[in-house]
Design a protein around this ligand. Structure first.
Ligand SMILES: Cc1cc2nc3c(=O)[nH]c(=O)nc-3n(C[C@H](O)[C@H](O)[C@H](O)COP(=O)(O)O)c2cc1C
Length: 338
């Protein structure tokens, strides 16, 4: 590997215990043992998505992943999960390397409980003060995720997050995510001080991903502009921002909001009932698309980097391609500067 790139990889690679500090972002219904082990076997760091699992299922998935790779991998826990405490126990019992907390910010006791068992923890940071608070709680690394990403997103782009937060955090490694599809941009984030990156969208169409072929096909056909943030028509509704490829379901969601607003304004239903109707609209919809292949009625969570997904490739090819692009960029810059 290029000497400069090796140097830039050092902190993140040492932290994760891998060759390349490229994390496979957990994707509910997609990041299971097959994909996760393939990422780790390719020199990256796979992460199981526990969002749809109970303790028993997570334990089985960890065991299955361990049977497919001897390399380190992690588990992503959604803090809003009703059984999150049990899932933490599963990670301890099964001695996973690292837990990524998502869907909120972990409490100090969550971090400390895992740390006492020598399990590293990671979480997202959306501001400098949150990053500092998480570091004080003992978190081992942070992720900055721009709203170019697929799935549930924050309001700020990675371009701004790296300017605002990255220069201020030196205590722990910081990984960047959102819109990363090629090695050239990954290199630039490393040069700005990132320890590594996390990618999701780019891995959906891998051979090893068990996502339905319809789901993969729509990724290959889509462009960045097709991946839009869920529309919220009324501030009274709890619409969580999600970036997904627009389809019939996203159009229906707007119509459903209009219908519910109408009922609410005419006092035909209570605010609580209206909020529940909106909240339940997307329930089970990611599974519908990813597993059943219903790309009209399911949720097509995808990031803007979908426009860089052009064909089905092996995970190994995807990861090596990103590394080679970074190396090529270094050589190009060295040639240009003489
Ligand atoms: C289909 C899909 C499902 C996702 N599910 C989760 C999840 O369960 N937990 C999580 O923390 N992030 C989830 N994400 C976000 C990814 O882990 C990752 O951070 C993101 O995809 C990175 O941005 P990118 O899509 O631009 O590569 C999901 C993303 C996608 C595309």
């Amino acid at each position: 590997m290029n000497k400069k790139l090796k140097q830039l990889f050092l902190r993140g690679s040492n932290f994760l215990g891998v060759e390349f500090p490229i994390m496979g972002g957990a994707m509910t219904w997609i990041s299971e043992s097959n994909l996760v082990s393939a990422i780790s076997n390719a020199g990256g760091f796979g992460v199981i998505a526990a969002g749809s699992m109970n303790k028993d299922q997570l334990e089985k998935e960890i065991t299955a992943t361990k049977s497919k790779t001897r390399k380190p991998f992690g588990v992503n826990l959604i803090l809003l999960h009703p059984e999150v405490e049990d899932l933490i126990e599963a990670c301890i019992d099964k001695k996973v390397e690292l837990v990524v907390f998502a869907g909120g910010f972990p409490k100090q006791r969550h971090i400390q409980k895992l740390k006492k068992k020598n399990i590293k923890t990671m979480c997202f940071a959306t501001t400098v003060s949150i990053a500092q608070k998480m570091i004080n709680y003992g978190v081992d690394a942070l992720i900055l995720e721009g709203n170019e990403a697929g799935g549930h997103i924050g309001p700020v782009s990675i371009n701004v997050l790296v300017q605002e937060i990255l220069p201020k955090i030196i205590e722990v490694p910081v990984f960047v995510a959102g819109g990363i599809g090629r090695g050239e941009i990954f290199l630039k984030y490393l040069e700005l001080g990132a320890a590594g990156c996390q990618i999701g969208t780019r891995l959906v169409c891998s051979d090893e991903s068990l996502a339905h072929k319809n789901f993969k096909e729509i990724f290959i056909k889509s462009e960045a502009r097709n991946c839009q943030i869920s529309v919220r028509l009324d501030k009274r509704f709890p619409v969580i921002p999600v970036r997904a490829i627009e389809n019939k379901a996203s159009e229906k969601f707007i119509q459903e909001q209009k219908r519910v607003i109408n009922l609410l304004d005419k006092s035909n239903i209570s605010l609580k009932e209206a909020q529940l109707k909106i909240e339940h609209f997307w329930a089970g919809s990611l599974k519908k698309a990813v597993i059943d292949g219903d790309i009209d009625n399911g949720s097509l969570m995808a990031g803007q980097s979908v426009s860089l997904v052009k064909k089905i490739q092996s995970v190994n090819e995807i990861i090596s391609e990103i590394v080679k692009q970074a190396e090529k960029q270094i050589s190009h810059e060295q040639r240009v500067s003489g």
